[in-house]
Design a binder for this molecule. Structure first.
Ligand SMILES: [Zn+2]
Length: 264
């Protein structure tokens, strides 16, 4: 039986050339999670999918699911929002590219509907924010944290991962266990635990950022040392979960974008 095509909104996460004439487009959808789909003729003729298959575009698409194994087919795409504001500033586009690569690597195919919806809302909310406003210091770390939360990889920020005791308000440096995804208190620490030292104040700042709605994150500003430590901690967590560094993350570091303007 030939599967029926379906129509959905989608964000373009990734585009890969395939042979002389086709492209594979990784789409994030609010109903099916990540969907890699072949766009026949997209490489040979720009008229086949005019102005639609670019990174970070929000589209309405018609997708034909694969018969068995294989790839879905992208049959039609209409541009809904190119997030034009993103494309005028390198720092913003680099940060958007980083979030899209993160989702491209970690968003599951065939996600459960509630998971797919949460990831889609995170992705569209972040891109809308970056398209609207120049990001402030700290936005990168907090957006990344919202992304990990949407992916179900939210770290513990407020208490010991083993005994669940809250960190005392006056806690200074604490030990953060990457594998267990949170701080380990002095009572629970065991010889041989591999932990990273981190200021409890940084964890508190991240927790506050996670409580904010995406649309309000342009009001957030972290002190530079907190921002730097938060970025370092999230990079280590990501490396732990992905096993490698994202290409766009290195680029983001090179242009000195914590989400703000490129470093002079
Ligand atoms: Zn403990």
């Amino acid at each position: 039986m030939v599967p029926e095509p379906f129509v959905t909104e989608a964000l373009v996460l990734r585009i890969i050339d395939l042979g002389e004439s086709d492209r594979v487009v990784h789409l994030l959808t609010p109903s099916h999670g990540r969907v890699p789909a072949i766009a026949k003729g997209a490489r040979r003729s720009r008229r086949r999918f005019p102005g639609t298959l670019d990174l970070a575009n929000r589209l309405r698409v018609r997708i034909r699911p694969p018969r068995r194994g294989g790839l879905a087919h992208l049959e039609q795409a209409v541009l809904l929002d190119p997030h034009a504001g993103l494309r005028h500033e390198l720092g913003r586009f680099a940060l958007a590219g980083f979030l899209l690569e993160l989702l491209g690597r970690l968003a599951p195919e065939g996600a459960a509907p509630a998971d797919a919806r949460r990831l889609y809302d995170f992705a569209t909310g972040s891109l809308a924010l970056l398209a609207r406003a120049a990001p402030r210091a700290g936005l990168r770390a907090v957006l990344e944290l919202h992304g990990l939360d949407a992916l179900g990889l939210r770290p513990e920020l407020g208490g010991c991962v083993r005994c669940e005791r809250r960190l005392p308000p006056a806690a200074g440096r604490v030990r953060f266990h990457l594998g267990e995804g949170g701080p380990v208190c002095s009572r629970c620490i065991r010889p041989g635990d591999r932990t990273e030292p981190v200021e409890a104040a940084t964890l508190r700042a991240l927790a506050r950022g996670l409580e904010l709605d995406l649309a309000d994150l342009d009001r957030l500003e972290l002190p530079a040392p907190t921002e730097a430590e938060a970025c370092r901690l999230l990079r280590l967590l990501l490396r732990f979960h992905l096993g490698l560094e994202l290409r766009s993350e290195r680029f983001l570091d090179e242009i000195g974008a914590s989400g703000g303007s490129p470093a002079a």
